[in-house]
Unconditional design. Sequence first.
Length: 375
Amino acid sequence: MFERIKAILAKEFKQVLRDPRMKTVIFISPLIQVILFGYAANKDITYIPTVIYDQDNTKESRQLLRKFTYSKYFVPKHYIYSVQEQNAVLDKGIASVVLRIDRGFGRNLKSGKEADIQLAYDGSDSNTAMVVMGYANTIISQYQEDLSQEAIADQPLLEEVPKIELRDRAWFNGNLISRNYYLPGVIASIVTMMSLLLTAMAIVREKEIGTMEQLTVSPLKPIELIIGKLIPFAIIALMQSMLITTLGVFWFHIPFRGNLLLLLLGTCVYLFTTLGAGLYISTIASTQQEAMMSVFLFYTPVFLLSGFAYPIHNMPIVIQYLTFLNPLRYFLVVIRGIFLKGVGIEILWEQFIPLLAIGLSVITLSSLRFRRRLG
């Protein structure tokens, strides 16, 4: 019995390890995932892109701003001088926070009156927004305590000490409902996984049952075969995205402030990448098992580096540059921009251009490789 078990064990190990592609999936995939999780999976918010809008420009306002910018959290990216610029930086996602100090801030502090500071932040990411508010309140409290100590030291009998009130304003998701942040991202996640799996598995299944050879000797041209294979999966992915959108809007009451046609256009552009990646996987996988494992190997880094679960600006700089090659990063911005911000193509074109460039490159290279494999 032990000899027979030994023979079966040896046979199975040889079966698995003789294929170089399986070795890659078994040994390289875990290493990639560990490295990515170690660097990219970071929920600590230590880098918050911040825009400064100081209309007071006094010693007191500059002191307060230094409290924010000298902390390890708020990193100044731009200085703006109008409300229109404030709207633009939040719409485009240039910064997560706008620190606004109106005129009279310093004068109110000196006279013992209440001085206001406004913190406008992108509420579409509710988790980050709540963390930002916690940091801001801590800094304001510390600054007010310092002011009180200075005022009492100068005037020991002072009854009124300077007071600062932080007025926060969450844009796009006023109540900071986490569902509003996550559910639009689920659309991107499902479209990615389903289009990859359906494309790769369907073509590999044709190889396994021997019908691919029949298709290659038919009058079909390679481009006709590719288009005929990809369009059904694109339609299925679009139907899934519309189903989830309908469910999210009417059942979970997720706000949809943008244009439905623009959402469909963005999904179609994104499908160039996922269908092309699925087509490429089908050319390197011999079995459905290999295809499925390859899909998960592709999907894991794409998901981690998309900004869906972990903020990109908290990742190491090298990883941040890698995310520019990730189409899901741009698609998530498009989806949340349409759902929560209600912005149009005049804002989202900066996401559409790299998304289209990556998609056309991936599907072109994959189609060329698929045609060579057919030949």
